[in-house]
Design a protein around this ligand. Structure first.
Ligand SMILES: Nc1ncnc2c1ncn2[C@@H]1O[C@H](COP(=O)(O)OP(=O)(O)O)[C@@H](O)[C@H]1O
Ligand SMILES: [Mg+2]
Length: 360
């Protein structure tokens, strides 16, 4: 049987560029060479696409076939091209995008892959966009009756709210202030005094135009991995024990002290509830393929809140998502195989849809 041609799409322009490279390295190692022919597609810090080895200069990968979207470097190599330039297209059956953050997991890249008619792993345009936006996610989860932490949105130019007295009255202290559509704890501040709120909002507004201010929960941080197409499955829960007061950028990437407990030491009933909520949240935010659903477990009330859903969680062998699946009985290579299968299943289901309509 012919090997499946997989395009491992990694790198990207966000602060998670290096994490993405680490994820891609692990995935590459797990892809069985007897079954898959892998092409590396590396997106560099400037957004240029390099095919082949990530060490190749861009000119080697992109030979200037200006076919349909010439303004975006590299895209033309993806698009179905006329026969005359056929040798310049990337021969790929399915893409495995593992680009975290803005541009990679917010739906833009997924839109590009849709336009290119490519099969790809993970959430589609809508699911990616929804999951990237903590405010939209929260509204959808709340509308579905799922437990979320109370919060308010402050938009750039929302002058009357920026002072924050109303917010403190409504939500109390401490608060968490975060950009609505970033990750990696970039731009997030824990606010303990009312006078620190406005500067924290201003800080977050340096990175985005929409900021979420939330009541701080004194919580354990519980995460569940979800895998799935038509019938999603949830892993056992894990727990993050940050090396610092909260799980900030340094606790994620700089300090060594953060611990990942897999499985999380939880009473049976809470673990079961987390798994149930993870599956519901996955559906509500249009999850496809994979997602990591992150919870806060209130230390006082033992209540679970859904914090966020990540459509492209970290994917190194020591990352939470694969470790949760290993603890649930799926090896790392089996997980990769399953994700590729799910991508192909979705592509087949879409290809079977009718694209013209007549009332005859
Ligand atoms: N409402 C909150 N209560 C307590 N801790 C919070 C709250 N919001 C965020 N945090 C802390 O900040 C971290 C990062 O926030 P999160 O919303 O997960 O953003 P990111 O997408 O950057 O991971 C969380 O893992 C947690 O440690
Ligand atoms: Mg988070």
């Amino acid at each position: 049987m012919a090997k499946l041609r997989v395009g491992l799409l990694f790198g990207g322009r966000s602060v998670e560029h290096e994490v993405s490279i680490a994820s891609a390295t692990a995935i590459l190692r797990a892809l069985d060479p007897a079954r898959y022919d892998v092409t590396l597609v590396a997106v560099d810090h400037e957004g240029r696409w390099h095919a082949g080895s990530p060490a190749l200069p861009p000119e080697a990968a992109v030979r200037g076939d200006e076919v349909m979207l010439p303004a975006i470097p590299g895209v033309q190599a993806l698009l179905p091209t006329p026969k005359s330039v056929g040798d310049r297209t990337l021969p790929i059956d399915v893409f495995f995008p593992i680009i975290h953050g803005t541009g990679g997991e917010d739906g833009s890249l997924q839109g590009l892959l849709e336009l290119a008619g490519a099969a790809y792993v993970g959430a589609g345009v809508l699911g990616s966009a929804v999951q990237m936006d903590k405010d939209v996610t929260k509204r959808l989860l709340a509308a579905a009756g799922l437990p979320v932490v109370p919060g308010v949105v402050v938009r750039a130019g929302d002058a009357e709210r920026n002072g924050g007295a109303g917010i403190v009255r409504e939500l109390g202290l401490p608060l968490f202030v975060k950009p609505a559509d970033l990750g990696s704890s970039v731009g997030i501040t824990k606010v303990k005094r009312a006078e620190d709120l406005a500067p924290a909002v201003a800080h977050a507004l340096r990175f985005t135009r929409k900021v979420l201010v939330e009541k701080a929960v004194d919580a354990r941080e519980i995460e569940v991995a979800v895998l799935g197409g038509a019938r999603p499955e949830a892993s056992v829960p894990g727990e993050i024990v940050p090396s610092r007061e909260w799980y900030d950028y340094a606790a994620k990437y700089v300090d060594d002290g953060t611990e990942l407990l897999v499985p999380a030491p939880l009473p049976e009933a809470i673990a079961a509830e987390a798994r149930r909520l993870a599956l519901e949240a996955f559906r509500v935010v249009e999850g496809e393929g994979l997602a990591r659903v992150d919870f806060f477990l209130d230390r006082t009330t033992q209540r679970l809140f859904v914090n966020e859903v990540n459509s492209l969680p970290g994917f190194t062998e020591v990352s939470m998502f694969p470790r949760l699946w290993m603890a649930t009985g799926l090896t790392y290579p089996a997980l990769i195989d399953r994700l590729i299968e799910l991508a192909l299943e979705r592509a087949r289901a879409r290809a079977a849809l009718e694209t013209s309509y007549s009332t005859k």
